[in-house]
Design a protein around this ligand. Structure first.
Ligand code: C2E
Ligand code: MG
Ligand code: MG
Ligand code: MG
Length: 292
Protein backbone atom coordinates (compact mmCIF):
# COMPACT_ATOMS: atom_id res chain seq x y z
CA UNK A 1 0.00 0.00 0.00
CA UNK A 2 2.79 2.36 0.90
CA UNK A 3 4.19 1.90 -2.56
CA UNK A 4 0.83 2.60 -4.17
CA UNK A 5 0.43 5.66 -2.04
CA UNK A 6 3.84 6.96 -3.01
CA UNK A 7 3.01 6.44 -6.60
CA UNK A 8 -0.19 8.44 -6.21
CA UNK A 9 1.70 11.25 -4.56
CA UNK A 10 4.13 11.21 -7.42
CA UNK A 11 1.34 11.12 -9.96
CA UNK A 12 -0.27 14.07 -8.24
CA UNK A 13 3.03 15.93 -8.18
CA UNK A 14 3.51 15.13 -11.83
CA UNK A 15 0.05 16.39 -12.64
CA UNK A 16 0.72 19.63 -10.77
CA UNK A 17 4.00 20.08 -12.63
CA UNK A 18 2.23 19.62 -15.92
CA UNK A 19 -0.49 22.00 -14.93
CA UNK A 20 2.14 24.49 -13.92
CA UNK A 21 4.00 24.06 -17.20
CA UNK A 22 0.88 24.36 -19.28
CA UNK A 23 -0.24 27.41 -17.28
CA UNK A 24 3.10 28.96 -18.12
CA UNK A 25 2.70 28.18 -21.79
CA UNK A 26 -0.79 29.71 -21.79
CA UNK A 27 0.44 32.77 -19.91
CA UNK A 28 3.29 33.20 -22.38
CA UNK A 29 0.88 32.94 -25.31
CA UNK A 30 -1.38 35.48 -23.58
CA UNK A 31 1.55 37.84 -23.18
CA UNK A 32 2.61 37.44 -26.78
CA UNK A 33 -0.90 38.37 -27.82
CA UNK A 34 -1.02 41.24 -25.34
CA UNK A 35 2.12 42.74 -26.90
CA UNK A 36 0.55 42.40 -30.33
CA UNK A 37 -2.79 43.87 -29.25
CA UNK A 38 -1.22 46.45 -26.90
CA UNK A 39 -3.22 45.31 -23.87
CA UNK A 40 -1.22 47.47 -21.50
CA UNK A 41 -1.72 50.71 -19.69
CA UNK A 42 0.73 53.09 -18.06
CA UNK A 43 0.32 54.47 -14.59
CA UNK A 44 2.42 57.41 -13.51
CA UNK A 45 3.93 58.22 -10.13
CA UNK A 46 5.17 61.74 -9.42
CA UNK A 47 8.55 62.66 -7.96
CA UNK A 48 8.42 65.77 -5.83
CA UNK A 49 11.11 68.34 -4.99
CA UNK A 50 11.63 68.47 -1.21
CA UNK A 51 12.25 72.20 -1.13
CA UNK A 52 9.39 73.43 -3.30
CA UNK A 53 6.92 70.54 -3.05
CA UNK A 54 6.50 70.68 -6.84
CA UNK A 55 6.54 67.78 -9.28
CA UNK A 56 9.86 67.36 -11.06
CA UNK A 57 9.02 64.34 -13.20
CA UNK A 58 6.74 61.32 -13.35
CA UNK A 59 7.70 57.67 -13.65
CA UNK A 60 5.78 55.49 -16.09
CA UNK A 61 4.93 52.05 -14.64
CA UNK A 62 3.40 49.45 -16.93
CA UNK A 63 0.32 47.30 -16.11
CA UNK A 64 -1.06 44.45 -18.16
CA UNK A 65 -4.84 44.51 -18.69
CA UNK A 66 -5.25 40.75 -18.84
CA UNK A 67 -8.58 39.75 -20.45
CA UNK A 68 -9.37 37.18 -17.72
CA UNK A 69 -7.11 38.02 -14.78
CA UNK A 70 -7.59 41.80 -14.77
CA UNK A 71 -4.83 44.29 -14.13
CA UNK A 72 -1.45 42.69 -13.49
CA UNK A 73 1.62 44.35 -11.94
CA UNK A 74 4.96 44.30 -13.79
CA UNK A 75 6.47 41.81 -11.36
CA UNK A 76 4.09 39.25 -12.83
CA UNK A 77 5.22 39.57 -16.44
CA UNK A 78 8.44 41.55 -17.08
CA UNK A 79 10.60 38.49 -16.45
CA UNK A 80 8.45 36.42 -18.80
CA UNK A 81 8.65 39.13 -21.46
CA UNK A 82 12.44 38.98 -21.17
CA UNK A 83 12.55 35.20 -21.38
CA UNK A 84 10.02 35.10 -24.20
CA UNK A 85 11.93 37.63 -26.29
CA UNK A 86 9.23 40.30 -26.13
CA UNK A 87 10.85 42.83 -23.84
CA UNK A 88 12.16 45.10 -26.62
CA UNK A 89 8.74 45.38 -28.19
CA UNK A 90 7.05 45.95 -24.84
CA UNK A 91 9.61 48.60 -23.86
CA UNK A 92 9.13 50.38 -27.15
CA UNK A 93 5.39 50.47 -26.51
CA UNK A 94 6.02 51.86 -23.02
CA UNK A 95 8.46 54.47 -24.31
CA UNK A 96 6.24 55.54 -27.19
CA UNK A 97 3.15 55.78 -24.96
CA UNK A 98 5.02 57.70 -22.28
CA UNK A 99 6.56 60.11 -24.81
CA UNK A 100 3.21 60.71 -26.53
CA UNK A 101 1.71 61.42 -23.13
CA UNK A 102 4.46 63.87 -22.20
CA UNK A 103 3.99 65.57 -25.56
CA UNK A 104 0.23 65.80 -24.97
CA UNK A 105 0.77 67.33 -21.53
CA UNK A 106 3.15 69.85 -23.06
CA UNK A 107 0.64 70.73 -25.76
CA UNK A 108 -2.12 71.10 -23.17
CA UNK A 109 -0.01 73.96 -21.79
CA UNK A 110 0.76 72.19 -18.57
CA UNK A 111 4.25 72.96 -17.31
CA UNK A 112 6.60 70.63 -19.22
CA UNK A 113 7.04 67.51 -17.16
CA UNK A 114 9.71 64.91 -17.75
CA UNK A 115 8.64 61.30 -18.03
CA UNK A 116 10.82 58.43 -16.75
CA UNK A 117 10.79 54.97 -18.33
CA UNK A 118 12.29 51.82 -16.79
CA UNK A 119 14.73 49.87 -18.94
CA UNK A 120 15.24 46.18 -18.33
CA UNK A 121 18.94 45.27 -17.91
CA UNK A 122 18.29 42.19 -20.01
CA UNK A 123 17.00 44.38 -22.83
CA UNK A 124 19.81 46.88 -22.41
CA UNK A 125 22.48 44.22 -22.91
CA UNK A 126 20.90 42.52 -25.88
CA UNK A 127 19.28 45.16 -28.04
CA UNK A 128 20.15 48.50 -29.49
CA UNK A 129 18.51 50.67 -26.86
CA UNK A 130 19.90 53.89 -28.31
CA UNK A 131 18.27 53.15 -31.65
CA UNK A 132 14.91 52.48 -29.93
CA UNK A 133 15.13 55.73 -27.99
CA UNK A 134 16.03 57.70 -31.12
CA UNK A 135 13.22 56.10 -33.09
CA UNK A 136 10.64 56.87 -30.40
CA UNK A 137 11.84 60.47 -29.94
CA UNK A 138 11.78 61.00 -33.71
CA UNK A 139 8.35 59.49 -34.07
CA UNK A 140 6.75 61.37 -31.18
CA UNK A 141 8.68 64.63 -31.56
CA UNK A 142 9.29 64.84 -27.82
CA UNK A 143 12.18 67.00 -26.70
CA UNK A 144 14.87 64.55 -25.40
CA UNK A 145 15.20 66.67 -22.26
CA UNK A 146 11.68 65.53 -21.34
CA UNK A 147 12.70 61.86 -21.36
CA UNK A 148 14.45 60.10 -18.50
CA UNK A 149 15.53 56.49 -18.39
CA UNK A 150 15.84 54.43 -15.22
CA UNK A 151 18.36 51.64 -15.24
CA UNK A 152 19.18 49.48 -12.24
CA UNK A 153 22.54 49.52 -10.51
CA UNK A 154 23.11 45.86 -11.41
CA UNK A 155 22.65 46.70 -15.10
CA UNK A 156 25.54 49.16 -14.92
CA UNK A 157 27.85 46.45 -13.70
CA UNK A 158 27.29 44.09 -16.61
CA UNK A 159 29.43 44.83 -19.63
CA UNK A 160 30.34 48.22 -18.23
CA UNK A 161 32.22 49.63 -21.22
CA UNK A 162 29.29 49.08 -23.52
CA UNK A 163 26.83 50.40 -20.94
CA UNK A 164 28.93 53.51 -20.39
CA UNK A 165 29.09 54.21 -24.13
CA UNK A 166 25.35 53.81 -24.71
CA UNK A 167 24.48 55.94 -21.66
CA UNK A 168 26.93 58.65 -22.77
CA UNK A 169 25.32 58.78 -26.18
CA UNK A 170 21.85 59.08 -24.67
CA UNK A 171 23.06 61.73 -22.27
CA UNK A 172 24.59 63.70 -25.15
CA UNK A 173 21.21 63.71 -26.84
CA UNK A 174 19.79 65.35 -23.71
CA UNK A 175 18.13 62.32 -22.13
CA UNK A 176 18.31 62.16 -18.31
CA UNK A 177 19.90 59.02 -16.83
CA UNK A 178 18.79 57.65 -13.45
CA UNK A 179 20.06 54.69 -11.50
CA UNK A 180 17.12 52.81 -9.99
CA UNK A 181 17.07 50.76 -6.77
CA UNK A 182 20.43 52.18 -5.77
CA UNK A 183 22.18 50.55 -2.80
CA UNK A 184 21.15 47.00 -3.60
CA UNK A 185 24.23 46.36 -5.78
CA UNK A 186 27.83 46.81 -4.77
CA UNK A 187 29.07 49.70 -6.80
CA UNK A 188 31.65 51.99 -5.30
CA UNK A 189 32.14 55.72 -5.62
CA UNK A 190 35.07 55.33 -7.98
CA UNK A 191 33.07 52.96 -10.15
CA UNK A 192 29.96 55.08 -10.27
CA UNK A 193 31.64 58.30 -11.36
CA UNK A 194 32.70 56.74 -14.66
CA UNK A 195 29.09 56.66 -15.81
CA UNK A 196 27.20 59.71 -17.08
CA UNK A 197 24.55 59.56 -14.37
CA UNK A 198 22.25 62.45 -13.48
CA UNK A 199 20.28 60.91 -10.64
CA UNK A 200 20.46 58.17 -8.01
CA UNK A 201 17.25 56.68 -6.68
CA UNK A 202 17.78 55.18 -3.23
CA UNK A 203 16.11 51.79 -3.03
CA UNK A 204 12.84 51.55 -1.15
CA UNK A 205 14.15 48.96 1.34
CA UNK A 206 16.56 51.50 2.91
CA UNK A 207 13.80 54.10 3.17
CA UNK A 208 11.49 51.50 4.72
CA UNK A 209 13.97 50.66 7.48
CA UNK A 210 15.62 54.05 7.85
CA UNK A 211 13.51 55.27 10.76
CA UNK A 212 13.90 51.97 12.65
CA UNK A 213 17.45 50.94 11.93
CA UNK A 214 20.50 53.12 12.53
CA UNK A 215 22.44 51.06 9.98
CA UNK A 216 19.94 51.83 7.25
CA UNK A 217 19.91 55.45 8.35
CA UNK A 218 23.71 55.50 8.02
CA UNK A 219 23.52 53.97 4.54
CA UNK A 220 21.03 56.61 3.41
CA UNK A 221 23.23 59.37 4.85
CA UNK A 222 26.28 57.95 3.06
CA UNK A 223 24.46 57.60 -0.28
CA UNK A 224 23.23 61.18 -0.10
CA UNK A 225 26.72 62.50 0.74
CA UNK A 226 28.25 60.44 -2.05
CA UNK A 227 25.69 61.52 -4.65
CA UNK A 228 26.21 65.15 -3.69
CA UNK A 229 29.98 64.89 -3.99
CA UNK A 230 29.45 63.50 -7.51
CA UNK A 231 26.98 66.33 -8.26
CA UNK A 232 24.14 63.89 -8.77
CA UNK A 233 20.49 64.50 -8.02
CA UNK A 234 19.15 62.24 -5.29
CA UNK A 235 15.65 60.74 -5.10
CA UNK A 236 14.29 58.57 -2.28
CA UNK A 237 11.77 55.98 -3.49
CA UNK A 238 9.03 54.35 -1.43
CA UNK A 239 8.42 57.24 0.98
CA UNK A 240 5.26 56.39 2.91
CA UNK A 241 5.43 58.38 6.13
CA UNK A 242 5.90 61.96 7.28
CA UNK A 243 8.68 60.73 9.55
CA UNK A 244 10.62 59.42 6.54
CA UNK A 245 9.94 62.64 4.68
CA UNK A 246 11.25 64.78 7.54
CA UNK A 247 14.36 62.63 7.99
CA UNK A 248 15.16 62.79 4.27
CA UNK A 249 14.67 66.53 4.26
CA UNK A 250 17.06 66.91 7.20
CA UNK A 251 19.59 64.78 5.33
CA UNK A 252 19.46 67.09 2.31
CA UNK A 253 17.82 64.62 -0.07
CA UNK A 254 16.54 66.45 -3.18
CA UNK A 255 13.36 64.60 -4.17
CA UNK A 256 10.96 61.96 -2.91
CA UNK A 257 8.61 59.51 -4.56
CA UNK A 258 6.17 57.25 -2.76
CA UNK A 259 2.67 56.52 -1.56
CA UNK A 260 2.85 59.49 0.84
CA UNK A 261 2.57 61.84 -2.14
CA UNK A 262 0.77 59.53 -4.56
CA UNK A 263 0.44 55.94 -5.66
CA UNK A 264 0.99 55.35 -9.37
CA UNK A 265 -2.21 56.65 -11.04
CA UNK A 266 -3.53 57.10 -14.57
CA UNK A 267 -2.44 59.97 -16.82
CA UNK A 268 -5.46 62.10 -16.06
CA UNK A 269 -5.06 61.84 -12.31
CA UNK A 270 -1.32 62.45 -12.29
CA UNK A 271 -1.82 65.65 -14.31
CA UNK A 272 -3.60 67.15 -11.28
CA UNK A 273 -0.18 67.28 -9.65
CA UNK A 274 1.25 69.55 -12.37
CA UNK A 275 0.35 72.72 -10.59
CA UNK A 276 2.26 75.34 -8.69
CA UNK A 277 1.04 74.16 -5.35
CA UNK A 278 3.25 72.63 -2.68
CA UNK A 279 2.34 68.95 -2.63
CA UNK A 280 4.13 68.38 0.66
CA UNK A 281 2.21 71.03 2.56
CA UNK A 282 -0.62 68.60 3.28
CA UNK A 283 1.90 66.47 5.13
CA UNK A 284 2.98 69.26 7.42
CA UNK A 285 6.25 69.55 5.60
CA UNK A 286 5.96 73.02 4.15
CA UNK A 287 9.14 75.06 4.17
CA UNK A 288 7.77 77.68 6.59
CA UNK A 289 9.48 78.66 9.81
CA UNK A 290 8.28 77.01 13.00
CA UNK A 291 6.67 79.63 15.28
CA UNK A 292 8.29 80.31 18.64
P1 C2E B 1 10.67 50.46 -9.71
O1 C2E B 1 11.06 51.09 -11.00
O2 C2E B 1 11.66 50.52 -8.61
O3 C2E B 1 9.30 51.14 -9.34
C1 C2E B 1 8.86 51.34 -8.05
C2 C2E B 1 7.83 50.33 -7.61
O4 C2E B 1 7.55 50.56 -6.24
C3 C2E B 1 6.49 50.42 -8.33
O5 C2E B 1 5.90 49.13 -8.37
C4 C2E B 1 5.70 51.33 -7.41
O6 C2E B 1 4.30 51.15 -7.50
C5 C2E B 1 6.18 50.87 -6.06
N1 C2E B 1 6.10 51.94 -5.07
C6 C2E B 1 6.19 53.27 -5.29
N2 C2E B 1 6.07 53.97 -4.14
C7 C2E B 1 5.88 53.06 -3.16
C8 C2E B 1 5.66 53.16 -1.72
O7 C2E B 1 5.63 54.23 -1.14
N3 C2E B 1 5.51 51.99 -1.06
C9 C2E B 1 5.54 50.77 -1.68
N4 C2E B 1 5.36 49.69 -0.92
N5 C2E B 1 5.74 50.65 -3.02
C10 C2E B 1 5.91 51.77 -3.75
P2 C2E B 1 5.36 48.50 -9.70
O8 C2E B 1 4.62 49.51 -10.52
O9 C2E B 1 4.68 47.23 -9.34
O10 C2E B 1 6.69 48.16 -10.49
C11 C2E B 1 7.60 47.22 -10.01
C12 C2E B 1 8.85 47.20 -10.84
O11 C2E B 1 8.56 46.73 -12.17
C13 C2E B 1 9.49 48.56 -11.04
O12 C2E B 1 10.28 48.90 -9.94
C14 C2E B 1 10.30 48.34 -12.29
O13 C2E B 1 11.54 47.75 -12.00
C15 C2E B 1 9.47 47.33 -13.05
N6 C2E B 1 8.75 48.02 -14.14
C16 C2E B 1 7.64 48.78 -14.09
N7 C2E B 1 7.31 49.24 -15.31
C17 C2E B 1 8.26 48.77 -16.17
C18 C2E B 1 8.50 48.91 -17.57
O14 C2E B 1 7.79 49.60 -18.31
N8 C2E B 1 9.60 48.25 -18.08
C19 C2E B 1 10.44 47.52 -17.30
N9 C2E B 1 11.49 46.92 -17.87
N10 C2E B 1 10.24 47.38 -15.98
C20 C2E B 1 9.18 47.99 -15.42
MG1 MG C 1 11.91 52.75 -11.64
MG1 MG D 1 12.98 51.91 -8.12
MG1 MG E 1 12.96 49.69 -5.94
Amino acid sequence: HAKGCGKNVFALFDKKMNEHASERVTFLADLRQAVELEQFVLHYQPKVDLLTGKVTSVEALVRWMHPRLGMLAPDRFIRLAEEGGMIAELTEWVMRTACLQAKAWQEADLAPVRVAVNLSPFHFQRQDVKQSVCAVLGETGLDPSLLEIEITESALMQNDEYTCRVLSELREMGVTISVDDFGTGYSSLSYLHRFPINTLKIDRTFILNMTKSSEDQAIVTAIIAMAKSLKMQIVAEGVESVEQLETLKDQGCHEIQGFLVSRPVNAERVARFFTDEDHLQAHGAAAQAVPG
